[in-house]
Design a protein around this ligand. Structure first.
Ligand code: BQF
Length: 294
């Protein structure tokens, strides 16, 4: 029996839980948690992600502020905005939507964010704490993956987890987290990437596959064993003339075929994506509690 891991529903459950917590706070005279987002330029995917985040803030009773700047903003001006958000006591946490235009150095921008307000968990101080197993803001996508495994009570201990992709925001951190002595965790983790040889042979040994390579349908049914747990992180836009917007979202996994062999699998859309957004809200609620010393 195959189970579809319904990230969309889980994310709505989480937003309802957060709304109830926020309503309790408001009932006792406290202000709402407040997330700010900085968006640079007009990239359609980024605009859609930001809309998802603002909508989720509304559903959860959060205050949100969107700072939208043109793509030709200087790095200096962007750093000034970050500085003012760092120093604004009414903002619990904020994100700078990535990717940024080429003339802006993402590393320098990330380093400028006060780690206490870094609810994306991208600052090296948070990445370092995460890697050491210390209390930290976890990056939203890996955190969303852990939450899916947890809420569906999927066994991870001793399992062979093969991660496809080594990005700073997904592949690397989820590899670290799933190898840690924790639940979800205690996996034997193999990180694979564009230079990996014999990828198919390695994937065939996987009990759990985390696909985060950014290539539509990259993982096919011939590459997975029966009963595999598949977490598909890919959010690839592929042309589709029959779709309203002229494209549709496709994962890194051939869902149609791989789902026939899997025990659990996340769909795209409606799998990891919504959980990424829910995790951002969980981090913001945590930031609020730390910042207001509740
Ligand atoms: C869904 C992201 C790559 C690079 C930068 C729901 C989102 C996506 C899909 C979303 C993502 C991906 C986000 C679905 C935020 C996830 O229903 O499948 C929500 O909004 N995401 C981002 O902010 O930056 C990215 C992917």
């Amino acid at each position: 029996m195959m189970t579809i891991l319904d990230g969309k529903q889980l994310s709505l459950d989480i937003q309802k839980e957060i709304l109830e917590a926020v309503n309790t706070l408001k009932d006792t005279g406290k202000r709402a948690p407040h997330l700010a987002a900085v968006l640079v330029g007009e990239d359609p995917a980024s605009q859609s992600y930001i809309r998802n985040k603002v909508r989720s803030c509304n559903r959860s009773g959060f205050e949100s502020t969107l700072i939208h700047k043109p793509s030709d903003i200087s790095q200096e001006e962007l750093l000034e905005i970050i500085d003012s958000l760092n120093n604004d006591d009414n903002i619990d946490g904020f994100i700078v939507q990535l990717p940024l235009p080429k003339h802006i150095n993402e590393t320098e921008v990330t380093l400028a964010i006060e780690p206490k307000k870094d609810v994306d968990g991208f600052h090296p101080a948070n990445f370092g704490k995460m890697a050491l197993g210390l209390e930290a803001y976890l990056p939203a996508t890996p955190m969303g993956i852990l939450e899916i495994l947890k809420r569906y009570k999927i066994e991870t201990s001793g399992k062979h987890c093969v991660v496809v992709g080594r990005s700073n925001i997904v592949g690397q951190p989820i590899s670290i987290l799933l190898s840690q002595k924790a639940y979800p965790g205690n996996c034997t983790v193999t990180i694979t990437h564009s230079r990996t040889q014999n990828l198919k042979e390695i994937l065939l040994q996987a009990d759990i596959i985390i696909a985060a390579i950014g290539i539509p349908n990259f993982v096919g049914a011939d590459m997975v064993k029966d009963g595999v747990v598949v977490i598909d992180v890919g959010i690839n836009r592929v042309d589709d003339v029959t779709a309203k917007r002229g494209y549709r979202l496709k994962g890194d996994v051939d869902f149609e075929e791989v789902s026939k062999k899997a025990s659990y699998i996340t769909p795209v859309p409606g799998g990891v994506g919504p959980m990424t957004v829910a995790s951002l809200l969980m981090n913001t609620l945590k930031a609020y509690k730390v910042n207001t010393e509740l």
